[in-house]
Design a protein around this ligand. Sequence first.
Ligand code: ADP
Ligand code: ASP
Ligand code: MG
Length: 407
Amino acid sequence: MAVIVQKFGGTSVGSVERIKAVAQTVAHWQARGNDIVVVVSAMSGETNRLTDLAHQISSQPDSRELDVLLSTGEQVTIALLSMALQAMGKPARSYTGSQVRILTDSAHNKARIREIDDARIRADLAQGRIVVVAGFQGVDEHGNITTLGRGGSDTTAVALAAALGADECQIFTDVDGVYTTDPRVVPEARKLDRLTYEEMLEMASLGAKVLQIRSVEFASKYNVPLRVLSSFAPGEGTLIVSEDAVLEQAKISGIAFNRDEAKLTVVGVPDQPGVAHRILGPIGQANIEVDMIIQNVGSDGLTDFTFTVHRNDFCKAYAILEKVAQELGAQEVSGDEHIVKISLVGVGMRSHAGIASAMFEALANEGINIRMISTSEIKISVVVDEKYLELGVRTLHSAFGLEKTDT
Ligand code: ADP
Ligand code: ASP
Ligand code: MG
């Protein structure tokens, strides 16, 4: 008998009607002879609502208590879905993360799964039950409730699929698959039938929020076939698999973008050994993640040093740099919070030259100034002004012929 893990996101369980519809879908898959484990998110808007409540009490709520609060969202959904299944005559049982024992580290609000005890789930499946598990949450070795970061229910589902050796992990959401770019920004975006783990990982890392990054890492590591599909409309969705299972490789598979970046520059720093370390050392110590880095060619013994961080960390990073600049005798610190990153992704880039220059030409033709560039084997990213985000993404989408073809 096949084991399938099905995950339903916030919009898919956003009302009582939706929860009943999900119960129908789950029951349908079970009736086809599969063992089903369902992972659900909080009802749409609920995690935001709970976060807002916490911030009305304190500007920096305690991270342990925040996890106790946020985990309630998913707990509501598991109980309601189990009731909906039972009302249809389907035996079902719900479990919170700590009841399953999804053991995580103790990094509250961004915990990582260490181990899953699948004994209770297997026992329930053996008795013909549908098992409903709360996404996004776990428990640390001291018994504290933890959460896995926004979008974390995807990771719960894939980790359970890996632990159970499931035949497929199905991520049901509000779009019918992974598209060449966010269909909310480019209506001409095309649904992809297949994508490699590596491409999906780049897309997710570069800003495509359709899957949490950790979930793709897990799927790749344990070779879990991952399918993204709609909970609203029928269809095969997008299958994410290893590279050898994808026959024909496109040059470019997609465009991702990230609105959450900000850029900082230390202007006129002495061009000496150790400067990069003295600038980025204190940034790292403050737990600020750095994305792109550029150091200009020096002239007159001075150089400029630029890097990007998450927009939430901008003010903190700026304050640190002002101090560092003084110590280094640099001329000044400048920053820009209104930038975005647009990235082209595709494993086919490995064997095709000229993609970067075609990308730069397309952007130049629209008068879009590129502020930073970074490349790796299967992606090219540019930083541009925020106001050019939509235009830039649409321009590249059509320049690389990614739109729907009418058949
Ligand atoms: P859920 O609540 O089901 O977890 P999410 O909002 O986390 O759903 O993810 C689905 C959303 O991801 C879509 O509504 C879409 O706007 C967005 N998205 C961004 N990039 C892509 C992409 N390349 N393909 C499909 N969806 C994308
Ligand atoms: N409810 C959590 C969130 O909104 C987790 C998830 O939906 O994956 O981020
Ligand atoms: Mg999500």
